[in-house]
Write a protein that binds this ligand. Sequence first.
Ligand code: MOS
Length: 681
Amino acid sequence: MSVATKSVGAALSRVDGRAKVTGQARYAFEEPVEGVAYAAAVTATIAAGEIDAIDAQRALALPGVLAVISHDNAPRLGETDDGELLLFQSDTVHYRGQIVAAVVAETLEAAREAAACVRVDYAARDHDVELTAEHPRLYNPEKVNPSFPADTAHGDAEAALAKADVVVDATYTTAPVHNNAMEPHATLAFWEGDDLTLYDSIQGTYGARRTIAQVFDLDPERVRVIAQHVGGGFGSKGTPRPQSVLAAIAARMVERPVKCALTRQQMFASVGYRTPTIQRVRLGATQDGRLTAIAHDAFEQTSTVREFAEQTCVATRMMYAAPDRLTRHRLVALDVPTPSWMRAPGECPGMFALESAIDELAVACNLDPIELRIRNEPELDPEKGIPFSSRNLVACLREGAERFGWAEREARTDGRWLIGSGVASSVYPVYRSPSKATARFEPDGGYSVEIAATDIGTGARTVLTQIAADALGVDTEHVRLEIGDSDFGQAAIAGGSMGTASWGTAVVRACEALLAQGEGEATVNTADEIKAQSELSRHAFGAQFVEVRVDADSGEVRPNRILGMFAVGRVINPKTARSQFIGGMTQGLGMALQEESVMDRGFGDYLNHDLAQYHVPVNADIEDIVAAWIDEDDGELNPMGSKGIGEIGIVGTAAAVANAVFHATGKRVRELPIRLDRVLA
Ligand code: MOS
């Protein structure tokens, strides 16, 4: 065996790239299985009320139809805290688009046709689908996701605001936005006795196994979840969605394997979305731009099925050094689908408001917005009073400014285009969660490594191969990595930007144990190592710089240039990392300019249920986008020295765009998306 090169840090192409581009890589719905049947969902056409009657006769009479499932005949399910998974357990309709029945048939076409023939009669009641900051049923949730206090207060922010030299008091709103992964949510389910196997489009097989076991009242050992390839998730596949349960119910009822894929239109009700927010931010400062007070109030929605309380103000608690701080979250349960995880849930909309307000404060103090941020850089984590493992926000701002040409920025015109630039900070917490890995000597002289990681398109399979190769001291071609199977044991989900850090730690420790042992196989769980880590504030930081041009006549906003500068510890693979950063910033640009799920108050639902009407950025919308990073050496993270990179790219992007629009036009748009009418207003 040749001497191993250092793999971590190399721009290795995806190890599964060839399989993907040649169609060999199988996604859940593509798994071949004998005797498979197909399930199609029937969804509610009222936003609130009860099902009076379900008439399945016409559907059942169609050729190839095996069953119609509804609360009339579905099995009773166990208990779970995600009410969205308890399909067919009652006649209550909580929102338009809720799955109220399903058809199982020999073919997908027959299932779809029959689903359209199931007749459901409803007793509708008035629905309430509109979030307002004055809603009479707003309440104070016990905690916000995952377990932060809903409210925090340090000192007396109200008093500090009352006597501040300069005050910014502004309200920002963000539209509901829907996750739209390329691969719609899909599941293949089959039972062997009481053993249930799911091939699922999911971000974490091990966590899904536990949830599915609860729903079917099974010992988790009886459930296996497999996800070899997943076509994106952005959080919407962080937990099982209704189609996972539907496929399993259907498979049990018809005693055959069943595949169920949501349609793109159904995804707008069934897989979660980012809650709309109304956020009031108040900043108090001295004339020279030193913050004396920060107050951040967020109003958000959840459903009547499940409480989902997004942690909108959490980043504000640790971002800047203001002595007096106040953050509060208020929630209202509406007759809508339950919001869920979407790339940087909390940080992303929260930092839009905070970083817009910081820009407003810089204007009010007549200070450069980068200088203002530097003046408010804290020594310690303001929330916890403990040191940061590393905090290189200032380095990102300075290095980014240098590369972007910030010092030379000026608002100018080019024909009817108004041109300007903006900047915003980003932050994302660094988490790790216990994971188990097994490493093994193979008879051919190579190694195999198993871990229930998931590659949702990020390159996880590739970077874990690099990490294992370095830990074993061999080239990557001598490592065979197996992922995506709950049978491999406990593992973090591909979410919270913690996948690589969590799985990588386990892979390194298993490889070290194997080498120490010298033969056979070694299994390691990182639970103790993670529990023993020192108490530090761990976050990734970044700064986005955007130059826009705004059409003075139409209000159209186009991004001329976007630069993201990040501090994320050690970058394990520059090629896949760049792709994550650019993807995050592109999604942030969508949130800033295009993405908006439009609620129709009368109809009680979001109107734009497809990619013709729900707009995401395409290649033509992106002109010049660059991701770069500083060298950051942080020995307090994990054996790789890495921070997560999946989410930080989106945080800050929308604020940088809005700040650039202000610089170009003098118009402060505080509502996302920055539509033409809002620019012209
Ligand atoms: Mo991500 S929203 O943590 O899957």
